[in-house]
Design a protein around this ligand. Sequence first.
Ligand code: SAM
Length: 329
Amino acid sequence: MQIDIITIFPEYFGPLSVSLIGKAAERGDIRFTVHDLRRWTYDVHHTVDDSPFGGGPGMVMKPEPWGEALDSIAPAGADPLLVIPTPAGLSFSQQRAARYAAEPWLIFACGRYEGIDGRVADEARSRMRVEEVSIGDYVLAGGEPAVLVMTEAICRLLPGVLGNAESAADDSFGFGASSADAEVTGATSPGGPMAGLVEGPAYTRPRVWRDRQVPPVLLSGDHGAIARWRRDSALRRTAQNRPDLVARLVWADRAKAAGRDVAQAQPARSQPGQSELAQSELAQSEPAQSEGAQPQLAPRRVQSGQLDEHDLAVLAEAGFPVTGQDVAH
Ligand code: SAM
């Protein structure tokens, strides 16, 4: 995989030579090329910014150096994917990381100040694929840390980067998409056992530490029971910390069971007994409702296999809006 990074702070990318990704780069499995944007400036101060049209605070990155940098790195006919980090972009997720890991060539354009002149992305779109991507709902000072985050998430999914080939598949969010994501996006892989969930806690030796025991099932050697315990603890932890993710799974499963288009369906609504946090997260996870939107899906037995009845019972116990009725019907 080739990764080009354009930045005004090339020194920011020292960490790319460290740890597993550094080793993959040493082996030649990943080729990083970091470009200093100021190389494409011609005034004595190597200026890359100017004041914004329309007024307002801050500066905006000038389009000319960006245009020349992209022309030079990806000449006509080249087919890279240009990723522009911005808090206003599409969300970066494990699913997006997996999709980017399948690309042979990525270019990252690190903005600073108030961002890059809007015409740069528009013009680049006329000759290459462009995605504007956010790593979270907060504002960084520049795109560099966002690119470090994304490259680490992407590169660890490349073959041979992780020591244990299984570990990415068992991680939080699973490998690739959750079934809910796959339904909405058409992704081909429904993901690993943690698809759509965050992983539960992990333990190592000693068996007892400061009077705290490792859960006995993990010492039992019963692989089926261990897998079930891991899934249960993932469901509980996800319900506690990421009710928005559970809402998506329940919502997708109900829609599937009802034979409805998942993209059209709504997450289940909150119910009495659900924690305040869960209710507010659930409300945030609902897609915007258009007029005449479908009413809440009728509770029914889930048939899709994404959440089995045991899963639903664990979620109900964790205070999620999956009633006993759902499980019993
Ligand atoms: N004015 C912009 C806005 O409000 O959307 C924020 C610009 S920010 C101060 C400067 C640069 O940091 C952005 O161009 C982008 O490259 C990067 N950045 C900041 N927050 C980010 C985020 N959450 N995800 C990805 N990149 C981010």
